[in-house]
Design a protein around this ligand. Structure first.
Ligand code: GDP
Ligand code: IMO
Ligand code: MG
Length: 421
């Protein structure tokens, strides 16, 4: 296996950044394929914490290539800010990626006021809307000043009209242009045809990691619509979002938090509240990397995991934040739902039906031992092993990685991800 995807299997924040950074040490290229700075991927090593939003989580490894592919929507100002926080790097940005402009953010705010999804307010939905409506700005045109000016001249009056109607401030063309053309100048050197670049790397037999943002339940198609993001984090979206052939993908690692979290609105059957939720939130530091919002907490839900497996294809699981469950006497895991008096094992497409689903649990004994220094699977307490084994059996996927702390070193590889032919 040389071309492997890292996919979030829940509602985001599963630890994709950490797993990507860990695997990047043995990869040649890391590619972010969708989303924008709505993502917040935390990487910790050598007592340093990095919060990455746009940059691929391989960026902290000076030796490897990092690609921001055509499926991304990129806020240039945020990207430049983020670049100041990383040192040596090899970065390539797709000339087909779309640009997030300040009016996208203003529209995001206005739309979320009217129809609350609880977005990250980074302009992601409006930027993808413009892409689909063929009213977006691509990197290739952004870095061409006359093209960029012409684009704003044609587009801004329409956006301003809409913004004024929605109670937001309009933008002044010259001010916006002057500020953003400087950003374009700084970014220009990174912009290439990344599909060509990646296909060349494939010819050279390089190991490529595709890093998803968000999670399958936030997928525009397979998530809990409308409480989703505006792109597809699934493995299936990699080819179109990067410009490689579908059959070149050889595996998908489903990053799975040992429990569940969700930020923003939307149904969450296994959600727990009260003292235990607060405890897990505190121990797991469950506050958004992007917005700082407290994350909602729930038990692990295997209906969600089987849905992700089906919709995205998962060859193995990376189970993260296992240490956060230490000390809990009894751990629950959702096995199926009851809906309208019937037992079901799927996520209804109708959001009101999903809201009405009541989770059915199995209960497992917890463990009291500190597992944060564990280095091998064999070292885990018996009940932790049972927990992992139960998850693996309930979802019918092997576990390739587990993690017992936020640091890069607290990641344990059970099965190699990159396999030589
Ligand atoms: P991502 O969006 O999927 O990359 O995940 P985030 O970085 O938003 O959220 C995961 C959080 O869990 C971050 O604060 C990580 O530092 C932290 N984390 C990752 N793995 C572990 C783990 O095994 N144990 C603990 N305690 N924290 C972890
Ligand atoms: P990472 O990559 C968790 C959620 C938002 C909101 C919904 C739509 O760090 O896992 P958007 O701004 O995308 O239009 O918001 O999706 N959301 C995330 N939740 N982790 C993320 O990314 C998220 N990106 C978006 O909270 O509910
Ligand atoms: Mg995150």
């Amino acid at each position: 296996m040389k071309n492997v995807v890292i996919v979030g299997t829940q509602w985001g924040d599963e630890g994709k950044g950490k797993i990507t950074d860990f695997l990047a040490q043995t990869a040649d290229v890391v590619v972010r394929y969708q989303g924008g700075n709505n993502a917040g991927h935390t990487v910790i090593f050598d007592n340093q914490k990095y919060s990455l939003h746009l940059l691929p989580s391989g960026i902290l490894n000076a030796k490897i290539d990092n690609v921001m592919a055509n499926g991304m929507v990129i806020n240039p100002k945020a990207l430049i800010e983020e670049l100041t926080k990383v040192k040596d790097h090899k970065l390539y940005i797709s000339n087909r990626a779309h640009v997030v402009l300040p009016y996208h953010q203003a529209l995001d705010r206005a739309y979320d006021r009217a129809n609350k999804i609880g977005t990250t307010n980074k302009g992601i939905g409006p930027a993808y809307t413009d892409k689909a409506a063929r009213q977006g700005l691509r990197m290739a045109d952004f870095i061409n000043p006359p093209k960029f000016y012409q684009f704003l001249k044609e587009t801004l009056p329409i956006k301003n009209k809409l913004l004024t109607e929605l109670g937001e401030q309009p933008f002044v063309l010259e001010t916006l242009y002057n500020e953003y053309k400087d950003y374009a100048k700084q970014i220009e050197k990174y912009v290439i045809d990344t599909s060509q670049f990646l296909n060349q790397k494939i010819v050279e037999n390089k190991k490529i990691l595709f890093e998803g943002a968000q999670g399958v339940l936030l997928c525009l198609d397979h998530g809990t619509y409308p409480y989703v993001t505006s792109s597809s984090p699934t493995a299936a979206s990699v080819p179109i979002n990067t410009g490689i052939a579908p059959w070149l993908l050889e595996g998908a690692v489903g990053v799975t938090k040992a429990y569940t979290t969700r930020v923003g609105e939307g149904p969450f059957p296994s959600e727990i509240e009260g003292e235990l939720a607060n405890e897990i939130r505190t121990v797991g530091k469950e506050f958004g990397t992007t917005t700082g919002r407290p994350r909602r907490i729930g038990w692990l839900d295997t209906v969600v995991l089987r849905h992700s497996k089906r919709a995205s294809g998962l060859s193995s699981l990376a189970v993260t934040l296992l240490d956060v469950l230490t000390g809990i006497d009894e751990i629950k895991v959702v096995k199926d739902y009851t809906f309208n008096g019937k037992t079901i094992d799927y996520i209804p497409a109708n959001i009101d039906e999903f809201k009405a689903c009541k989770p059915n649990y199995i209960t497992l004994k917890g463990w009291q031992e500190d597992i944060t220094q564990v280095k091998t699977y064999a070292d885990l307490p018996a009940n932790t092993k049972i927990y992992l084994k139960t998850i693996s059996e309930m979802v019918d996927i092997p576990i390739s990685i587990f993690s017992v702390g936020a640091d890069r070193n607290q990641t344990i590889l059970i099965e190699p991800i990159f396999k030589e032919d």
